[in-house]
Design a protein around this ligand. Structure first.
Ligand code: G1P
Length: 241
């Protein structure tokens, strides 16, 4: 399986530092957040990885290079417009069009590193078209929230709902496995929350079209590093484990 790491987001809530340093390069312990994602993919033998970069993101190439230092092969693709996570995923379409692939967001910190094996095994056992990693989240307004159905099927999803509209506590944590059919769904997706093309909405199209879309609850720590406080929390957590 190949991997794809979206790393083209602006990091507005982390400005001014993200005017110069991509949020994926902020340090947790002794390395950049994105390096943890690559390490985790390597643990499940994903070594061919596409990194989606964009405007003000060239430092990611300087940090990761070809991937040789990390024992992986990296390819970079560019998302010219900041028009949403769905478009970041489809920027890698020419590389991931023929087999299932795993997407892990480059600004999310996870612990322990073994969390990807579980979701991968689950996806293969279920012969799913898409499997979405979720966990119980405190704040639905920061996540895509799923409506769980029987047997781990997803029956609906909403991007960043108000607490009163959230269909459950289970939020997407930025780990997805997709069959290439996701690209067709992305093409049909209209701008949604924040006027961006949301991956959540593309997955919702797969659900409506009766594809096999499952969720898998990840046990462990997940921190979406979107604010300085998140970065502090990730560092505190790591220093204690
Ligand atoms: C993205 C997704 C959201 C998901 C989150 C996880 O949001 O759109 O569904 O729950 O990542 O970190 P972002 O954090 O890019 O705003």
């Amino acid at each position: 399986m190949k991997g794809l790491i979206p790393a083209a987001g602006r990091g507005a809530r982390l400005e001014p530092i993200t005017l110069a340093i991509p949020k994926e390069l902020l340090m947790v312990g002794d390395k950049a957040i994105i390096e943890y994602v690559i390490d985790a993919m390597k643990q499940v033998s994903i070594t061919e990885i596409t990194v989606v970069v964009g405007w003000r993101k060239h430092a990611i190439l300087d940090y990761l290079g070809s991937g040789e230092r990390l024992g992986v092969k990296l390819t970079y693709v560019v998302q010219d417009k900041r028009d949403g996570l769905a478009k970041a995923v489809s920027a890698g379409k020419h590389i991931n069009h023929d087999e299932p692939f795993m997407v892990v967001l480059g600004d999310n910190f996870f612990y322990p590193k073994t969390f990807l094996q579980d979701i991968l095994s689950f996806h293969e056992k279920k012969k799913a078209d898409a499997t979405i990693g979720v966990t119980k989240v405190e704040d639905p307004t920061r996540h895509g929230i799923i409506k769980p159905g029987e047997g781990n099927r997803i029956i609906d999803l909403i991007e960043k709902p108000k607490p009163s509209d959230a269909p459950s506590k289970l939020g997407c944590i930025g780990i997805y496995i997709f069959n290439p059919v996701i690209f067709e769904a992305i093409e049909k997706t209209k701008p949604g929350f924040n006027n961006e093309y949301q991956l959540t909405d593309a997955i919702k199209i797969l659900v409506k079209e009766k594809y096999k879309v499952y969720y898998r609850e990840i046990k462990g720590k997940h921190i979406d590093v979107g604010t300085i406080n998140d970065l502090k929390n990730a560092n505190t957590f790591l220093s204690q484990h």
